[in-house]
Write a protein that binds this ligand. Structure first.
Ligand SMILES: [Cu+2]
Length: 486
């Protein structure tokens, strides 16, 4: 563990940086507060659905309410079908789904299906706003491997606020391979959703976003899992699977346990080729990881996030690089049901057609700096890239900026070929739709654009640090038929 400067030291450094003109580094120097782990982890309910003419149909209503995160404090929040976060949607590969999204808020929002392969008009980005009082009903066929996906608003310029207030939920996909895998799979029991978010409360108990020029955005001093501050989960099996989602707007975590390793089994887009034993997995906003951890009867351990290596960032302490805190307590019962080590026999590639670098028809370059990609801020009326359907491409993404970014591409799951020319570490070797970008590094991403074309409605690529996205670090791409133009 690296040494943590004391509070006085941090304040002095903050002052020194401000004086030296690096005002943008004046972000969080308040460590995450220690809390009692005395509240049972809230498990988002599985969303009900009905099958209408062969279409699995869900309802989601964005609404406002209040939540008691801190004892005795009612905090105004937003949620889907409740005051905070939303139910977990779940569907099977091959199913056709529809979601009736109703907006009961006083302002327009949208719902983006993060990680989902679907037509651009169903994607829920800034071009599919849902006005107050309106219902939007996207429909598509689930056609991708089992994975832990999520949904959240994506209104142009207001994504940070909408997610921060509480609009987010999980969307789990299942398939034959995931069903056949040896993995804990009882939802909420040994297969546990863990949406991790950090917040700042003002004196009145309201959620506060701090737009003081700090990078990479608001870093909260209060961490919650599924909306529960100081949560514990009762473990009843020898192993438990945690589906981790970094649902924060800015903070990057390094998840692990002080006293044991875990098996990483899946990344954003689904199962790895095989489990990987790790001590820590770094997740930037928008990224997911499924991990399996073993406990002995009667043991108590805590998932924590400790001193995330943000990748050669000056003053990384001001961006959470020195923050270390516990996230979720796991309490094993005296009598644990057997739970074998995770394994799965079938290659993830078996029915998906492996992405191969030699098939890449095009290499595109993206440079992220300030709030721009390739020197431009997001313009709803400008198409930045036009891709031909069926093509495999390499996207060469460089963070040319001394602060963290997190790169997300809609519609696809990509493979990370190299990081600065080297093979990626195991945690970046699986299917991904979002990747943390260390400063001054180049990530070569391999992806294929399949099935859906639209000469008018674009998909997005953007930084998933939501303040950055809102301030313009986003671009648009169309997928078109061969020979078609935008
Ligand atoms: Cu960014």
């Amino acid at each position: 563990m690296s040494a943590r400067p004391g509070l006085a030291g941090l304040a002095a450094l903050g002052v020194a940086l401000a004086v030296s003109g690096c005002g943008s580094f004046g972000g969080s120097v308040t460590p995450v507060r220690a809390v009692e782990f005395g509240s049972e982890l809230a498990i988002p309910p599985l969303a009900g659905s009905s099958v209408v003419d062969g279409v699995r149909t869900f309802d989601l209503t964005a609404q406002s309410g209040t939540s008691e995160f801190l004892p005795g404090v009612e905090t105004p929040t937003w949620g889907f079908d409740g005051p905070y976060l939303g139910p977990t949607l779940r569907a099977e590969r091959g199913e056709r789904v529809a979601v009736r999204v109703t907006n009961e808020l006083d302002e327009a929002t949208s719902v983006h299906w993060h990680g989902m392969h679907l037509p651009p008009a169903m994607d829920g980005g800034p071009h599919q706003p849902v006005a107050p009082g309106q219902t939007w009903e996207p429909t598509w066929e689930i056609d991708q491997p089992a994975a832990t996906l999520w949904y959240h608003p994506h209104p142009h310029g207001a994504t940070e606020e909408h997610v921060y207030r509480g609009l987010a939920g999980l969307f789990l996909l299942d398939d034959d391979a995931s069903r056949a895998a040896v993995l804990p799979s009882e939802y909420g029991v040994d297969d546990v959703p863990v949406v991790v978010q950090d917040k700042v409360f003002d004196d009145a108990g309201r959620l506060e976003l701090q737009h003081d020029g700090g990078e990479p955005g608001t870093l909260g001093d209060t961490v919650m899992t599924n909306g529960t501050v100081g949560a514990y989960h009762e473990v009843t099996t020898e192993r438990v699977r945690l589906r981790l989602l970094n649902g924060s707007t800015a903070r990057t975590y390094a998840f692990g346990f002080a006293d044991r390793p875990f098996d990483l089994v899946a990344t954003d887009g689904g199962l790895l080729d095989a489990p990987v034993r790790l001590d820590e997995v770094r997740l930037a906003p928008g990224e997911r990881a499924e991990i399996v951890v073993a406990l002995e009867p009667g043991e108590v351990t805590r998932l924590r996030s400790a001193d995330p290596d943000l990748g050669g960032i000056a003053a990384s302490f001001a961006m959470g690089g020195n923050d270390a805190f516990d996230v979720l307590e796991l309490r094993a019962g005296e009598d644990l049901a057997p739970s074998p080590a995770p394994s799965w026999g079938r290659s993830r590639h078996a029915d998906d057609g492996e992405l191969r670098a030699e098939d890449a028809a095009t290499v595109r370059s993206f440079e992220l700096a300030e709030r721009e990609i390739n020197g431009e801020r997001m313009d709803m009326g400008r198409v930045d890239e036009v891709v031909t359907v069926g093509d495999t491409e390499v996207w060469e993404v460089r963070n040319a900026h001394p602060v963290p970014h997190s790169f997300h591409v809609h519609d696809v799951q990509f493979r990370i070929l190299t990081v600065d020319g080297r093979e990626p570490p195991p945690q970046l070797a699986g299917p991904k739709d979002t990747v943390y970008l260390e400063p001054h590094r180049t990530y070569r991403l391999l992806m294929r654009f399949e099935d859906y074309t639209d000469a008018e409605v674009p998909y997005m690529y953007h930084c998933h640090m939501l303040l950055h996205e809102d301030e313009g670090m986003m671009g648009q791409f169309l997928v078109v038929e061969p020979g078609e133009t935008a």
